[in-house]
Design a protein around this ligand. Structure first.
Ligand SMILES: NC(=O)c1ccc[n+]([C@@H]2O[C@H](COP(=O)([O-])OP(=O)(O)OC[C@H]3O[C@@H](n4cnc5c(N)ncnc54)[C@H](OP(=O)(O)O)[C@@H]3O)[C@@H](O)[C@H]2O)c1
Length: 282
């Protein structure tokens, strides 16, 4: 079946805005190859004006037209959206969900067929390919850490298609679905942990006499620089750390204070606590 559009976004909120911008910037698709739908009239106008993409008020109209459909509404709205879409989607379309905590199995079940046509479900259930994705907020600046997993009916080709889309806004890792709660706890919540570390370093600089602007500028660049060094040198973090730690020097004294105050343990426990919470919420 020939589709009019390559990609449809259902829900045109913050993530959709970031993804459309990333996709256009990376020249992965042109604005006229994308469509979106949204409930808020204000958002319809805003996204169209900002990106040039057509935005409709009817989810089914947008979904019918595209090869790949990205579900980008809040998890609470998913059940209603899936009920609508089950009536119009077909097996030659790919469904990608970015909703936190919702399993591919749940989506596959809800898309099996139009729930109002029970007879049809039993005779001819639809097995739609579904891919689940967990991006994080730096997607807004083209620097997302995204994990992707396959559902039961999706192929390697579907996976590749999803990877290409999310690589337009950053780094992508493919994982098994059992690890999605871990991903949520590590990279989903991760920006908040790093913001807390950045805030603490800035406060320390201010306490020791720097202006807030200077302390912030130095801290942000230090965090960016350290991440980039690891990315480019591919060295183990301990090797890079040891290289700036001279015997009896300032860094050694600082690192000792971090160990005494349990920074490592605090970080590990943060990720474990977030994972347990993700499991509870799921
Ligand atoms: N933001 C993140 O960092 C992040 C990270 C990972 C995953 N996610 C997931 O990404 C999804 C979207 O997040 P977001 O931050 O982009 O949320 P958002 O800004 O609230 O976007 C959702 C959009 O969908 C609209 N909407 C609500 N019900 C709808 C419906 N029935 N049909 C069509 N549109 C509808 C909302 O309109 P109203 O505002 O008028 O309701 C809103 O504009 C969520 O499932 C979230 O779990 C987000």
């Amino acid at each position: 079946m020939a589709f009019l559009k390559k990609l449809a976004f259902i829900g045109a909120g913050n993530m959709t805005e970031a993804l459309i911008q990333g996709i256009l910037k990376a020249s992965l698709l042109k604005a006229d190859e994308i469509i979106a739908s949204e409930v808020s009239q204000e958002r319809v106008a805003y996204i169209h004006q900002k990106t040039g993409v057509a935005v409709l008020l009817k989810n089914t109209e947008a979904a019918k037209q595209a090869e790949t459909i990205i579900l980008a509404v809040k998890p609470q709205a998913m059940e209603m959206v899936l009920e609508e879409l089950a009536e119009v989607l077909s097996q030659d379309q790919l469904v990608i969900s970015i909703a936190a905590g919702i399993k591919t199995e749940t989506i596959e079940k809800q898309l099996k067929a139009d729930t109002t046509k029970i007879q049809k479900i039993q005779k001819n259930p639809k097995n739609l390919p579904v891919i689940r994705v967990m991006p994080n907020t730096p997607a807004m600046v083209g620097c997302s850490a995204t994990a992707i997993c396959k559902g039961r009916y999706s192929s390697d080709e579907h996976l590749k298609r999803a990877v290409r889309i999310f690589e337009a806004v950053g780094y992508v890792a493919v994982v098994n679905e059992e690890l999605m709660d871990t991903v949520t706890a590590l990279s989903g919540s991760g920006p908040a942990y790093i913001f807390t570390i950045i805030e603490s370093l800035i406060d320390a600089g201010v306490e020791l006499g720097l202006t807030r602007d200077v302390a912030a500028g130095l801290t942000i660049q230090t965090v960016k620089g350290a991440a980039r060094m690891m990315e480019e040198t591919k060295e183990h973090p301990a090797t890079l750390k040891n290289r700036v730690t001279s015997p009896g020097g300032t860094t050694a004294a600082g690192l000792h204070a971090l160990e005494k105050n349990g920074l490592r343990n605090a970080m590990i426990e943060a990720v474990i606590a977030a994972k347990n919470r993700a499991k509870e919420l799921g």
